[in-house]
Design a binder for this molecule. Structure first.
Ligand code: NAI
Length: 742
């Protein structure tokens, strides 16, 4: 599945609860053979079914890689055993004893515990296994959450091999970030995240502000997800608050500041749970979620009755700058200020205990709690001098950071003891920012740049918003093609460090062409893109697309023009052109047809037509490859951070022996009308007009070369953008970024 990476481990997961089955599904999606065991023999098989229903697999057929059962003899040839049974130390100890005789001597065992210390877990592990025993703490749900906290036993050689092996599997094969943690309560993410949440609850009460205002005040300006604090507690499930916080508190030193915000023994939350208001978990079976909030529109009062949620009124609402929020003398401003300052000082205090440097704590907030930036990154942005004056007694690490030039002074990161460190880059990760330093920049334009590396592989790097293909960007593609020969470029990679490949054609240019009501202008816009992508497809060197995030419309067409793609599994490939009033006009309809035919898909015209006119969500990259939209040689990786590195490797490999594709012949379609199922539900007459024109474009007799087909694609597309309803679509999309379903 992972095309050509190191051999993958055979994995066993013990405990087929929500975490165990999710981890098993993730490993199977990564191509690993998985054994899923539970003491209840049917639980494992049921767990696989549940994951299939919940979308835990990238492809349904991945489930076939999981064998289920309850017999420990199945562990014999497994390389990595992940224990995910109940959070009970003695149950875990008994299990480790029971499985030991069935394990290969080199197998690594890890626990998914969220609260038990490694030092206590290993007491139940055979002495010979202890060096190959670790904690790998996945977050829920494992497929979606990008973080795995990793705690290894000690620092002997054998252990660092264990750490290296686990880190490689977690990062390279599973595409997660392995956060190196110490054996401390709650590791990193839950230690600081639980403090933040608890502090949020207590400060909101102290400042007497309602939940909606609290969630808004310490919200967007700080880059916190929309759920906010109370929404997140509802999401976690209020019945879990006492177990999580109590277990954390039990493990902490009595002097820890977590005890100043004792959420585990909170009476209000206990009463909510008693009344069944447990948040999201109360909302199963068609009932709305009921916790601090009921659904979206109600909020609980002090008397435990729900009242309509009022839009919060406070001067901080709508402010975008966190420092402005914290400087506002209003209930919302004072709350946000206290919560930020408390959380930052807690993180400064515990940093030396829990993490080597502050960057790891920031990753805990970002990857574990969905913050856009971690607390220390925010502090740098807010201004350390300002923050120092905001405290009566500023935390020492903050003072050290100010003296060092920030928590992230010039490409470095502050260690927990206050010295700047050069952050370690995970093995196999390449960023454009780092390779560019050694590269020779051949071209620059307002839309981007072309960099040439030592091995003559060039990188085309768009600087437009979301790498969209403006007129200048198209011009840059043409100048790139012109630079191939004079600069002896051997291969081209399209990609950069942004989390998107390309959002497609530049909407204002397209809308302007539509508004001109001139067939010549519309055709010029379509032809410019079409010619550029034909140029990429037929140029004398291999072109490799490094695709992560969205490849939409013209962006997807650019991907299809590449000889090879390296894609992140969650890349979103789609043709939203109908929303702009046309069908894809930059070779996309032809490239799709060509790829589906090459994949041996029967009725390729119909499949291409259906894909382009579909309203269903875009497939993930694994599904796109299975369905013939991508080639079998296109590489799909779970690791978002390794896409560019792999694309560069593929480029160098392909460059060694490359022949550009010859122009191919593609048949026109001659069967029952491609749009015979139309109108589809929830489509308008205008949608149908576009679909019908696409059907006409594909239909005829005989065959055309790829290039002729591309000309036909443009010729049939132009009249669509002359239709007033489609002009309206294009203009609406360009102005509002939202589709108009006229
Ligand atoms: P769960 O309660 O949903 O499932 C546990 C499963 O283990 C059950 O199916 C049970 O039959 C099985 N089991 C218990 N003892 C066993 C044994 N001796 N041999 C074989 N199977 C056995 O548990 P959940 O929530 O999936 O948690 C598992 C572990 O992951 C715990 O250590 C928990 O702290 C940790 N964790 C849980 C998270 C969550 O959000 N639920 C998040 C991160 C970690």
């Amino acid at each position: 599945m992972q095309n050509g990476s190191a051999p993958q481990p055979k994995v066993a997961v013990i405990g087929a609860g929500s975490m165990g089955t999710g981890i098993a599904a993730l490993c199977a999606s990564a191509g690993m053979e998985v054994v899923l065991l539970d003491q209840d023999a049917d639980a494992a098989a049921r767990g696989v079914e549940t994951q299939l229903k919940r979308g835990g697999f990238y492809l349904e057929e991945d489930a076939a890689r999981i064998s289920t059962g309850s017999d420990y003899a199945l562990l014999e040839d497994c390389d990595w055993i992940i224990e995910a049974i109940f959070e009970d130390l003695s149950a875990k100890h008994s299990l480790y004893t029971a499985i030991e005789a069935h394990l290969s001597p080199t197998a690594i065992v890890s626990s998914n515990t969220s609260t038990l210390p490694l030092s206590a877990l290993v007491e139940g592990v055979a002495p010979t296994r202890r060096e190959r025993f670790a904690i790998t703490h996945f977050f829920n749900p494992p497929k979606v959450m990008p973080l795995v906290e990793l705690v290894v036993n000690s620092s002997t050689d054998e252990t660092s091999t264990t750490a290296d092996t686990l880190r490689r599997i977690i990062e390279v094969d599973l595409g997660k970030t392995a956060l190196p943690c110490r054996d401390t309560p709650g590791f990193i993410a839950n230690r600081v995240g639980c403090y933040w949440l608890a502090c949020g609850v207590f400060r909101a009460r102290e400042f007497d502000i309602d939940y909606a205002l609290a969630d808004a005040a310490f919200g967007r300006a700080f880059g916190i997800p929309r759920t906010g604090i109370f929404g997140l507690l509802d999401y976690i499930g209020l019945q879990l608050v006492a177990p999580i916080w109590n277990s954390l508190e039990n493990a902490l030193d009595p002097g820890d500041r977590m005890f100043s915000v004792p959420l585990g023994t909170d009476e209000f939350i206990a009463e909510l749970v008693k009344r069944g208001h447990t948040g999201r978990s109360a909302g199963s079976g068609g009932k709305v979620s009921e916790g601090f909030y009921r659904g979206r529109d109600e909020v609980i009062g002090a008397d435990f009755n729900y009242v309509a949620r009022k839009s919060p009124e406070d001067p901080v609402i709508g402010l975008k700058d966190p420092r402005e929020v914290m400087s506002t003398d209003s209930p919302g401003g004072r709350f946000a200020r206290a919560l930020f300052l408390n959380t930052l000082s807690y993180c400064c205090e515990v940093a030396p205990e829990i993490a080597e440097h502050v960057g790891l704590i920031d990753e805990g907030f970002r990857l574990g709690f969905g913050w856009k930036k971690g607390i220390f990154e925010l502090a740098d942005e807010i201004g350390l001098d300002w923050l120092i004056t905001a405290y009566d007694t500023p935390p020492q690490l903050l003072v050290d950071a100010a003296a060092a030039g920030g928590f992230y002074p010039e490409g470095k990161v502050l260690s927990s003891s206050g010295e700047p460190l050069t952050p370690e880059v995970s093995a196999g990760v390449v960023t454009l920012a780092t390779v560019r330093e050694k590269a020779h920049t051949l071209l620059t334009s307002p839309a981007g740049a072309l960099h040439l590396l030592d091995n003559n592989v060039a990188i085309l790097d768009f600087h437009t918003p979301l790498n969209s293909l403006s007129n200048e960007a198209i011009a840059l593609i043409h100048s790139t093609l012109d630079a191939i020969e004079p600069h002896a470029i051997a291969a081209l990679v399209i990609g950069n460090d942004k989390p998107v490949f390309s959002a497609g054609a530049d909407l204002p240019s397209l809308a302007a062409a539509a508004e001109s009501a001139s067939a010549t202008e519309i055709s010029a816009v379509l032809n410019a893109g079409s010619q550029a992508l034909l140029g990429l497809k037929y140029c004398p060197i291999p072109v490799i697309g490094a695709v992560r995030g969205v490849a939409l419309g013209g962006g997807f067409e650019m991907a299809l023009a590449c000889d090879r793609l390296v894609l992140h599994a969650d890349a979103r490939l789609a043709f939203p052109e109908l929303n702009v009033g046309l069908y894809p006009g930059w070779t996309g309809t032809v490239a799709l047809l060509s790829r589906l035919r090459a994949a041996g898909v029967s009725n390729a015209h119909q499949r291409a037509f259906n894909f382009i006119t579909a309203t269903r969500p875009a497939p993930n990259a694994f599904a796109a490859r299975r369905d013939g939209l991508l080639r079998p040689t296109d590489v799909v990786l779970l690791s978002f951070d390794r896409i560019l590195a792999r694309a560069l490797e593929e480029a160098a490999a392909l460059a060694a022996d490359y022949t550009p594709p010859a122009d191919e012949f593609l048949p026109l379609y001659s069967g029952p009308a491609l749009d015979r199922e139309w109108p589809l539900e929830n489509t308008t007459a205008n949608d149908h007009a576009i679909a019908a024109q696409l059907a006409r474009m594909y239909t005829g007799t005989g065959e055309l070369t790829f290039r002729q087909f591309a000309e036909r694609e443009v010729a049939f597309d132009v009249p669509l953008l002359l239709m007033p309803a489609n002009v309206e679509r294009a203009l609406h999309m360009a102005r509002t970024r939202k589709p108009l379903h006229n």
